[in-house]
Design a binder for this molecule. Structure first.
Ligand SMILES: *Cc1c(COP(=O)(O)O)cnc(C)c1O
Length: 429
């Protein structure tokens, strides 16, 4: 078959598909195959229709009904879309959903949790010579962002444990930070931040409070309602929830902070793609169901592991054995505090932990959290490998500590998997 013999079906489109674009263009005037492959089918004449879900608007640019309308959108006088680095309908839908869930006026989505954190830090107008006060046990990459990118901009970074408010107050008084950065629930020890107390301290000293609420989600708390200026999530974790998207969000009620976040989206360009926005928006719909089930299963596993002869210590903020149990119950009003728990193997060292990681069959030995899959992580090897052993031990992260992110598998199957993986090691052959 030669090219000439083959008549492309689109050259003989039935009448109702003839209007290819809203312009004067018509296939009667130009039926060339090259033009048809570009325009055929693109504009359905039986608009408008309402899709039941938000579609993936895989379009980098958008036109408007007139040059005047486009001009008004460019000028910001009218809502609308012109270019997807500035705004994309699928991404905007996800951003609005996040704002609603965080009791915020504004939401912004970024290509990852780190891009969201970076934008949130920049939004506070941090400048050379300023200082940042941050929790000592921040997510490792966040800590590295501060101590490399921001420190090299001549920003002073002060790290401090956030559990003693009097101490935080005195460090704040001395350091006069532009912002305080904390995590609502820390990793991997699941320490709980007293967000209302820390917001009062920050504001009494003219600092902004940024809360990374990745481990808490809006199911547990809305940090803006407790006085935080910006709330950030790695939406890669619970919000998207299925281990298939990398995304970050920032929400705020302050129009100036939001404008600064929008500027970073447009100028730096780390916006969330429409595909990832779609996945995140879709995942979000089941967040309360997932979070409730993951929290119940994690609570039950924590209680069981506390009794296990091979487990020296369990960390779950909903259990009385956790140092922040009372604070957690006061802030959240219950004891089902997320799907992550950590536990320490008795006489645990790297060999014993590796043995455990080799033996788990249902739980996956992988990083990330808040997924539908259960995941086990060895912080000494992954999130905290940049610390020296002494620094790690001082931070409370021992050689035998394992973090478990509980998915949506049945409790009985997870118990069985943990029990078989925790059997005393047989000598390797
Ligand atoms: C994963 C994570 C981040 C980074 O998010 P990415 O989506 O991986 O960029 C930041 N903070 C916390 C608490 C996280 O767990």
């Amino acid at each position: 078959m030669t090219e000439n013999e083959w008549i492309p079906p689109s050259a003989t489109l039935p009448e109702r598909q003839d209007r290819l674009t809203p312009t004067e263009y018509s296939p009667q005037q130009s039926t060339s195959f090259e033009t048809l492959v570009i325009h055929a089918g693109e504009s359905l004449e039986y608009q408008p229709f309402e899709p039941a879900t938000t579609p993936i608007y895989a379009s980098s640019s958008f036109s408007a009904e007139s040059p005047e309308a486009l001009n008004a959108i460019f000028a910001g006088e009218r809502d609308g879309f012109v270019y997807s680095r500035n705004a994309n309908p699928t991404t905007t839908a996800f951003e609005r959903a996040i704002a609603a869930l965080e009791n915020a006026q504004f939401g912004r989505a970024f290509g990852s949790g780190m891009a969201a954190l970076h934008a949130a830090l920049l939004a506070t107008e941090i400048r050379p010579g300023d200082s940042i006060l941050a929790a000592r046990d921040l997510y490792g990459t966040t800590r590295a962002l501060l101590t490399t990118v921001f420190a090299s901009m001549n920003v002073r970074v002060e790290l401090c444990a956030m559990d003693d408010l009097e101490r935080v107050e005195s460090v704040t008084r001395n350091a006069r930070p532009r912002l305080i950065l904390i995590e609502a629930i820390s990793n991997p020890l699941l320490r709980i931040a007293d967000v209302p107390g820390l917001a009062s301290i920050a504001h009494a000293h003219g600092a902004r409070l940024i809360v990374d609420s990745t481990f808490a989600t809006p199911c547990l708390c809305r940090p803006l309602s407790w006085g935080a200026d910006l709330v950030v999530h790695s939406a890669t974790k619970y919000l998207a929830g299925h281990g298939d998207a990398t995304a970050g969000v920032v929400a705020t009620n302050d129009p100036e902070l939001d404008a600064a976040l929008g500027l970073t989206q447009r100028l730096v360009g780390g916006v969330l793609s429409p595909f990832e926005s779609y996945l995140a928006l879709r995942g979000l719909k089941t967040l309360p169901l997932r979070f409730a089930r993951q929290s119940e299963t994690a609570f039950a596993l924590a209680r069981r592991l506390e009794q296990h002869p091979r487990v020296a210590r369990v960390l779950y903020p909903g259990r009385e054995s956790h140092p922040d149990y009372a604070l957690a119950c006061r802030l959240f009003g219950h004891d089902k505090i997320g799907g992550v728990l950590s536990f320490e193997l008795r006489d645990g060292d790297q060999d014993r932990v590796f043995d455990f990681l080799r033996r788990i069959r249902l739980i996956r030995p992988a990083t990330t959290l808040g997924d539908v899959y259960s995941l086990a992580l060895y912080p000494a090897m992954s999130s905290h490998r940049a610390l020296s052993r002494e620094q790690r031990l001082a931070a409370g992260i021992s050689d035998g500590l394992i973090r478990l992110s509980v998915g949506l598998e049945h409790l009985d199957d997870l118990v069985r998997d943990l029990d078989q993986a925790l059997l005393p090691s047989a000598p390797h052959g």
